[in-house]
Design a protein around this ligand. Sequence first.
Ligand SMILES: [Fe+2]
Length: 274
Amino acid sequence: MTGMVLMSAIASHSPRIGIEAEAPDFLRGVIAGEYALGRAIQALEPDVIVLQSAHWVTTFTWYVTCQARHRGVCVSDELPDLIPGQPYDRPGDPEFGAGLVEAIKAKDLLAGRNETAHYKWDYGTFVPLQYLDPAQRIPVVTMGTCILADLDECYCVGTAIREAAANSGKRVVFVASSALSHRLVRNPASWPTPENQALDREFVAMLCQGRTGEARRFLNGFAKRAQVEMGGRNIATMLGVLDGTTADHQSGVEYGKYGPSSGAGHTNFAIRIQ
Ligand SMILES: [Fe+2]
């Protein structure tokens, strides 16, 4: 069987949507989009979802989860009142996780396995998955975001994800769990500044029009000007997954609506790779 990445996506993890019933009206369009992106992923029947969370921050090494089962309770240390203890119980894929570690190492980058049974998910991992795969059926391999990596290194890791998929013979969906612009303020309902909203929309428009090479050049400045979450590292990985694929000329789809969360810009977006 030919292994490949089927889709590269960006998904929101606003903590305000950590519990759907308690989410504010201004994020209902984002929730609808996250469910719609999930239906698109489920329709592809992938063997594994690789999710990179902007909230699992590593310093030196790219870590990848290799547990056979992800079972636990997610508590947001940042906002324990919003996400006080949400249970999750999903299959992992130790074989694919180990293969991804080797693929990253093959790029002369530091990578390691997270195999501890005591590991608990951050909310950047938990929140999108509850909408993308509510039935908790699709195996998940999660990975951290390395703070010492520049954007070029993140693009390179995206390429490694594609190569790991090819080596494994598995059909993979990649999800970057990240906001776009991320200049935070202490008001949950605040929109990004008009300038940052314009930058967010320009970036998404480029991807919707299949201008992924241009989007990559744009991200270098966008990440700094709009304070994109985690310096744009997760989005760079998402673009790296596309680099050199036929997706370079395919249009993306934005699901639901772009919305605000404490001054940050959130949306759900994917490019299908064929
Ligand atoms: Fe975040």
